[in-house]
Design a protein around this ligand. Structure first.
Ligand code: FUB
Ligand code: ZN
Length: 681
């Protein structure tokens, strides 16, 4: 059996899942049109994006150049975030916004492409085609395509790879181009992406006059593997391998590049062996060659994209050292740095991983994009080696991904804390990054379009296959066409998750051979599989059921859903004597709207979680599981000052009903406190 699998093509899976389809439809009906408005700066009260403005300015510039016009650009060097000067109207030819703003349009196009596969929509396709045309018009004759530099006549292009995101934009362009090509068959964006990639390689790499650099913000690596897959052009795989292999090598490119900037400012150069400098470049995961890395460090989104590219490389090339590094980095992340909500990146400083076991709840960063990236990494690890743990974490990460979008699809979280006090969010400067209400849009709007592209391609994370193995990692209700063991069949997946753990898989038509592997999620302690009389083997968190398969064959998987009480490893200082709850794949939380204020005073007796009352409730228009517990609430019998001499009668525990709701749905019923971890006794 060939254990290395590939995602099932989106086109072959028609999703009809009650839960997930609602989320996908939110993306299609609300988020995609809303984002288009946001990219065009037409959302009242939201931070302007400037994205389309920049592409228009660049396209206009190219058109004027082609007419032979002598152009004098405004000559105002952009910074990381360039905004119109106070009191000045925006200049039509200047770049504004964050310097990686182009990527927002690419992410939007990627989400649109996936959505078009599922739901053809002529008008949307026309709008997207116009956006693609605009991108192509903005491209320079040699293929270069980054509006930040184009609008500065490319002064400094490829000169600050560490910070200036050209290769990040390239990565997102490629992802969009492949998706657009697969959705519509159009070559235009793919051609633009290939031309930009070729242009980059003409400037970067080993050899005379070339810059031995690599991306400051990873993603090009995994994107180039996709481009290789789509075009069959080996040079793109080689380019990805070069980026991966060069990263963190001695002499360190980012240290050299930064030293050039330091010299320009008259500052002393740094030594790459200097501890402070090493720490600095950890942010970019460039402190060591990637095959030697052991700990998940630095900016969490960057890390996830890098590790995804590394897993692609390990799979495509069989590079054992790369594979070992992926496994080590996975262990470091999953065993010591992962929130129970599937969030990663514990600190706002550098939007980064913190030390092992440092997982604060209220100041957590847990960027939505980082969990999107974790889903990418987990799927790639599954493709490398089908271990149920990867699917478990993928499912867990989706809790944070979903939290990133309001249940009306119109506002978003960037940061996903596990404990919120609105008052503290408003007034405590240490929590400035934490928002207690979802925002309409962001100046740096990386997260919403990332949610959109992931959710609208979810089936490619749920199902992967090889010629004789179909793996079901997530139970996403659908009908799919599967080629297996030389045959073909239409398979139906019915799932009542997350309300109930009942899954039914049946062959609607056709005949196939080979094996179907069903994920047995870690959250279920007693899965029961009725394989219709077939024997099956359980290995590494999957039940492997062999064919042949014919019409009418059915597998029924019962995944009894219980309330799971989770405690953290003793090394997690924050979480002593605390418990969090999960119901099936959903991490739960308590909200003020159900439980009143001062949620930190709640105490959950063990007997309470052994006797939960399970119910369903409509939250944000969705029917979701909720749990009620007979809990306690700490009260004080008399005012005793901030500190008082201990006495038995000072504090007491009163009975209090606690309602727990899915974490991802928090903040959809007005402002209020929220808490995932609670005291227990
Ligand atoms: O730098 C591009 C994106 O902006 C990152 O992935 C996010 O963390 C945000 O910083
Ligand atoms: Zn983000």
């Amino acid at each position: 059996m060939k254990m290395q699998t590939k995602p099932l093509p989106l086109r072959d899976v028609r999703v009809n899942d009650t839960f997930w389809l609602q989320e996908m439809e939110l993306v299609r009906k609300e988020m995609i049109p809303y984002q288009w408005e946001a990219l065009n700066d037409r959302v009242e009260g939201a931070a302007p994006s400037w994205c389309i403005h920049n592409f228009r300015a660049a396209a206009r510039l190219q058109a004027r150049r082609r007419l032979g016009e002598k152009i004098c650009l405004p000559g105002w060097p952009g910074t990381f975030e360039t905004l119109p000067r106070k009191g000045e109207a925006p200049h039509p030819d200047r770049f504004y916004g964050f310097l990686f703003q182009d990527s927002d349009l690419y992410k939007w196009l990627e989400a649109v492409s996936y959505s078009l596969v599922r739901c053809p929509d002529e008008e949307l396709e026309r709008t997207a085609a116009e956006a693609v045309e605009l991108i192509c018009q903005a491209q320079e004759d040699d293929g270069y395509l980054d509006t930040f530099y184009i609008l500065q006549e490319r002064k400094g292009a490829f000169g600050n790879l560490e910070n200036n995101h050209e290769l990040y934009c390239l990565g997102h362009l490629i992802e969009a181009a492949v998706a657009w090509h697969q959705a519509t068959g159009r070559e235009d964006l793919l051609r633009a992406a290939c031309r930009f990639a070729d242009c980059v390689m003409a400037h970067l790499g080993h050899g005379e006059g070339k810059i031995p650099g690599y991306p400051g913000h990873e993603i090009a690596e995994m994107a180039l593997y996709r481009l290789f897959d789509e075009t069959g052009e080996k040079k793109y795989r080689e380019m990805a391998d070069y980026f991966l292999s060069e990263r963190g090598q001695h002499p360190n490119y980012f240290v050299r590049e930064a030293n050039t900037r330091r010299a320009e400012k008259g500052e002393a150069p740094a030594d790459e062996d200097d501890e402070a400098e090493k720490q600095r470049i950890q942010y970019y995961q460039a402190h060591e060659p990637v095959r030697e890395q052991r700990e998940a460090v630095g900016h969490a989104v960057r890390a996830m994209y890098l590790y995804s590219g590394m897993a692609d490389c390990a799979r495509e090339t069989g590079d054992q050292a790369m594979r070992d590094a992926c496994e080590r980095l996975w262990r470091s992340m999953a065993d010591t740095k992962l929130y129970v909500t599937g969030g990663i990146g514990a600190t706002v400083v550098g939007e980064a991983f913190s030390l092992p076991y440092d997982l604060p709840s209220d100041s957590a960063y847990a960027e939505t994009c980082a969990s999107v990236g974790l889903v990418f990494f987990a799927r790639r690890m599954l493709q490398l080696c089908p271990r149920g743990e990867y699917a478990d974490v993928m499912e867990m990460a989706l809790n944070t991904v979903l939290s990133g979008m309001a249940m009306d699809g119109k506002s978003f979280f960037y940061v996903n804390p596990l404990e919120v006090d609105p008052e503290a969010c408003r007034k405590d400067a240490r929590l400035r990054h934490v928002k207690h209400v979802r925002q309409k849009w962001f100046g740096c709007a990386c997260c919403p379009p990332n949610v959109a592209r992931l959710l609208s391609s979810l089936s490619s994370y749920a199902f992967t296959s090889s010629e004789d193995l179909l793996m079901i990692h997530l139970y996403l209700g659908c009908e799919m066409e599967v080629k297996l063991g030389g045959g073909e069949m239409v398979l139906k997946v019915e799932s009542s998750l997350p309300l109930e753990g009942r899954v039914r898989i049946s062959v609607l038509s056709g005949e196939a051979y080979g094996t179907i592997a069903l994920h047995l999620p870690r959250w279920c302690s007693s899965p029961r599989l009725d394989a219709g009389g077939r024997t099956f083997e359980i290995e590494g968190g999957y039940a492997y059921v062999d064919g042949p398969w014919k019409e009418g064959d059915t597998l029924v998987l019962e995944l009894p859903m219980e309330l799971q009480a989770l405690v953290a490893d003793v090394h997690v200082r924050e979480l002593h004597d605390q418990v969090a709850f999960r119901f099936g794949p959903l991490t739960l939380c308590a909200e003020e709207v159900d439980n009143g204020k001062e949620l930190h005073r709640l105490v959950i007796p063990k007997e309470a979680w052994k006797n939960p009352r399970l119910d369903v409730k409509k939250i944000g228009g969705m029917l979701l599981p909720v749990v009620q517990l007979d809990a306690l609430f700490e009260v004080q019998s008399r005012p005793a000052g901030l500190y008082a001499t201990y006495s038995e009668d000072l504090k007491a525990l009163e009975s209090r009903q606690v309602t727990l709701v899915p974490y991802f749905s928090w903040g959809n019923r007005g402002e209020g406190e929220m808490r995932v971890w609670m005291r227990y006794m």
